[in-house]
Design a protein around this ligand. Structure first.
Ligand code: GDD
Ligand code: MG
Length: 359
């Protein structure tokens, strides 16, 4: 395949991942030990992408210090910033000013929060062979109401695009990876707030343009919620999804530089122990992300959770499906469950006594 250009949408606020995203944009959150985007960049490169334009807005200045000109990733990276967020379509149109592709060339567009095992090269070939305006990667999920619902006809032609509808007509959804014919991007109004999901795609379908679906059932995950973010990291560490950004699956756990795990601690299930983080004897950690410099003390239990950088989970505390912000302290014997979130620097006092009604 000839060199392909891509636009990466990374301007969202990552609201559902607060407090992690208060200081770091979602695409830069450490995932299996590297910034999330490293996985998408390496994967795009493996399918022939050589030049990527980042469409930034929220915390825009934080991207370039991490990815630079892209040379370390075998890519050339450009940064285009919206002063105020222009929505997905406005962001694509704005970023397209930095593209060199001619009007009839395919351009890849990626949501910046997706882990996917699909064959991008095959999606591009489907687009080119079908002479489509846009070709959407589609996947199937149990709950399509949280996504763009995308019915197709027997030939793979997209017949409607229903963003976050309460009445989905199929479980097949927009997986957030598009091939656009360049001229179709140029037709999006410039400098305006536009949603591809609510305006561009429905408009193209309405006008009779050919919008194709590229459906498959490989690994797919939008890491935009706490549970999904933790799952994505876990799956990469365990090798459930191979990432060219990693040397290989780490196995049960990934220990970063200077991480210390006491021999009597149990750490597994795809957990990442961040640089300089410490897990004390008798602690049990599974399927979780321990960020740099955090501490999990004796007898604490942490499962499917995120412990922020420099945070402390004190002795006997229990975290299940919880997120603890940077430098926060969860005092002894507290129990945080089912989506509980602690904001950065907050200190939960110890619970000195455990009541018989506690479970
Ligand atoms: N530059 C820029 N400007 N980027 C934006 C903006 C903006 O104004 N708004 C959103 N983005 C980026 C986000 O950073 C993210 O990478 C991507 O666009 C999608 O935004 P999300 O906020 O993650 O959307 P979603 O997950 O609710 O829904 C989207 O993705 C689903 C698949 O995961 C939609 O495209 C759905 O149709 C789709 O099913
Ligand atoms: Mg998303």
């Amino acid at each position: 395949m000839p060199d392909l250009e891509a636009i990466l949408l990374v301007g969202g606020q990552g609201t559902r991942l607060r407090p992690l995203t208060l200081g770091t944009p979602k695409p830069l959150l450490p995932t299996a030990g590297v910034p999330f985007l490293a996985h998408q960049l390496a994967r795009a490169r493996s399918f022939g992408v050589r030049r990527i334009v980042f469409a930034t807005s929220y915390k825009a200045a934080m991207f370039e210090p991490v990815f630079g000109d892209g040379a370390a990733f075998g890519l050339s990276i450009e940064y285009m910033t919206e002063e105020t967020p222009l929505g997905t379509g406005g962001a694509i149109r704005n970023a397209a000013q930095a593209l060199g592709s001619p009007p009839d060339a395919p351009v890849l567009v990626l949501n910046g929060d997706i882990l996917s095992g699909h064959d991008i090269g095959d999606q591009v070939r489907t687009h080119v062979a079908g002479q489509a305006a846009v070709t959407l990667h589609l996947t199937e999920v149990d709950d399509p109401t949280r996504f763009g619902c995308v019915p197709t006809d027997g030939d793979g032609r997209v017949t409607a695009f229903l963003e976050k509808t309460p009445d989905p007509v199929t479980n097949r959804i927009n997986a957030g990876c598009y091939v656009f014919t360049r001229s179709v991007i140029d037709a999006i109004p410039e400098g305006e707030v536009v949603s591809v999901e609510r305006q561009t795609f429905p408009g193209l379908i309405e006008s009779g343009a050919l919008v194709l679906g590229y459906a498959d059932r490989t690994y797919w995950l939008d890491v935009g919620t706490p549970a999904a973010f933790v799952k994505g990291s876990r799956d990469l560490v365990l090798g459930r999804l191979a990432s060219p950004a990693l040397p290989g699956p780490a196995g049960e756990r990934l220990l970063l530089a200077g991480a210390e795990v006491a021999p009597e601690a149990e750490v597994g299930g795809g957990t990442v122990v961040g640089a300089g983080a410490r897990v004390f004897a008798g602690a049990s950690v599974s399927g979780s992300i321990l960020l740099d410099g955090c501490v999990v003390e004796e007898g604490a239990v942490v499962s499917d959770s995120v412990v922020g950088a420099g945070a402390r989970v004190c002795a006997g505390a229990v975290l299940r499906d919880a997120m603890v912000g940077d430098r926060a302290v969860v005092g002894c014997h507290n129990e945080l469950q089912a989506g509980a979130r602690i904001w950065p620097e907050v200190e939960l006092p110890a619970r000195a006594v455990r009541f018989s009604s506690d479970v």
